[in-house]
Design a protein around this ligand. Structure first.
Ligand code: ADP
Length: 436
């Protein structure tokens, strides 16, 4: 069973081909600069084996279809490829950022689901249309191969109203669907599952705080296996301090800047998304550069580190209060997996809450799960590498398997997605024609 995982962005396509018999990676790569004059395809075939080959192709890539054709030609290349032709692919899993309130599970893609993703696009204008580009092209190029959408927001659909509602006039929620949705759900769910396995329990028996620190950063409170609160909000801007995104700010800053600094809403939005966070504070958004700068006495770099790790600590405290009992804290993603200083500073002073780091273990960096709490720590602390592509492949496989059953039983595959689409929480109606 081979599954192709596609993460389609506005000018890029990330892909992985996995053999789900043993979850081995057959190929991984990235098509970049789609639509620009200098397109680039990079791919590693059979990574980690003695038949590993790295390939790089530079040429203009007109659009997503052009990019995807390059990928499939490469994967099926008679000399170096890993499949004979596209029919060797059994299913395709697409990452989709926003599923709104209606999609709670990985879902088989059909026209109805595409219409829903389109309708939700105003909530993720940069992401959902780009994800849809990948879906449309893949449906065209791989006819008859089941395709599954795995949503970043889905895992957080268990968050209760008291945590997902903003204290705005209620009609803002009713009319415009303004609420917390949360993101990075695939990553939080994956590391939570891995953590449960390491604790020797069912996920449904675990209370966890999962901390995803990459370019984007978020923290999730997980109660008995379910997300009950998370730091990213209606958009991926709220909460923790990120590479270029501000995280929490006073919402009145918008009107202050509009009235006093002559900034319009576009400029403010750009500033908060692209020029804030670590970059806004010290001019650098890569944590490795920040540490190097701190070594040379750069005070702003130190300040940026302090602001980020203080915010992390504050939310850990909040989620300890929300959960009451916590079994483990999990660090993941680029910074979470690699940066001992960020982990240590984020946990400083939490010993009285039963959180004690093993300083030596915290320095280990092994590309596999590591327990970094001391033997006395009431709450375990883990580094668990995330693997969103594998998570998407696993979830796609599950839907595909159910889909195959339904195909045999009912003679059609596509209706299987119905069980995944929740009715409106208040009216019970399936999906309104217009959301906005
Ligand atoms: P994304 O959110 O784009 O998936 P990643 O999870 O790959 O991002 O994280 C990227 C970030 O991780 C980089 O910007 C960098 O700040 C950080 N990072 C990566 N490797 C290290 C390292 N060895 N030490 C500290 N930070 C690192």
């Amino acid at each position: 069973m081979r599954i192709l995982v596609i993460n389609s962005g506005s000018s890029s396509i990330k892909f992985q081909l996995l053999d789900m018999e043993d979850e081995s990676l057959l190929a991984t790569g990235l098509v970049e600069k789609i639509g620009k004059s200098e397109g680039l395809l990079q791919c590693t075939l059979r990574p980690g084996t003695d038949r590993c080959r790295k390939l790089r192709l530079e040429r203009p890539i007109a659009d997503h279809e052009d990019g995807m054709r390059l990928v499939i030609n490469l994967l099926a290349d008679p000399d170096k490829g890993v499949i004979r032709d596209f029919t060797d692919i059994d299913a395709i899993g697409h990452r989709v950022v926003h599923g709104g309130e209606y999609v709670r599970h990985p879902t088989l893609i059909n026209d109805e689901l595409i219409a829903i993703i389109e309708r939700i696009s105003p909530l993720a204008p940069l992401h959902n249309p780009a994800n849809l580009d990948g879906i449309r092209v893949a449906r065209e190029l791989f006819p008859g191969i089941p395709q599954v959408a795995v949503f970043d927001t889905a895992f957080h659909q268990s968050i209760p109203a008291r945590a997902y509602l903003y204290a705005l006039p209620y009609e803002m929620y009713e009319r415009h669907r303004i609420r917390r949705y949360g993101f990075h759900g695939t990553s939080h769910k994956y590391v939570a599952g891995e953590c449960a396995r390491l604790l020797g329990r069912q996920l449904g028996q675990c209370n966890l705080i999962t901390i995803h620190l990459g370019n984007g950063c978020s923290m999730t409170a997980i109660e008995q296996g379910l997300s009950i609160d998370t730091t990213l909000g209606m958009t991926p801007l709220e909460g923790l301090v990120m590479g270029t995104r501000s995280g929490d700010v006073d919402p009145a800053i918008h009107s202050f800047l509009a009235r006093n600094a002559g900034m319009d809403i576009e400029a403010i939005d750009r500033m908060l998304n692209n020029d804030s966070g670590l970059k806004g504070l010290c001019g650098m958004n890569d944590m490795r550069d920040i540490h190097a700068a701190i070594q040379t006495g750069n005070e702003r770099a130190l300040l940026a580190l302090e602001v980020q790790t203080y915010r992390n600590r504050k939310y850990i405290g909040a989620y300890l209060a929300v959960l009451g009992h916590v079994d483990a804290i999990v660090f993941t993603a680029g910074i979470g997996e690699n940066d001992a200083i960020v982990r240590q500073k984020s946990l400083t002073g939490l010993e009285q809450f039963g959180i004690e780091l093993d300083i030596a273990a915290n320095l280990r960096c092994e590309k596999e799960p590591v327990l970094i709490s001391s033997a006395n720590s009431r709450i375990q602390i883990w580094i668990i590498p995330t693997n969103e592509e594998l998570a998407i492949a696993r979830e796609s496989l599950e839907v595909f398997t159910k889909g195959s059953e339904s195909m045999q039983n009912q003679g059609r595959l596509s209706r299987d997605c119905e069980f995944c689409i929740a009715p409106h929480p208040k009216t019970g109606m399936p999906i309104p024609e217009r959301l906005f």
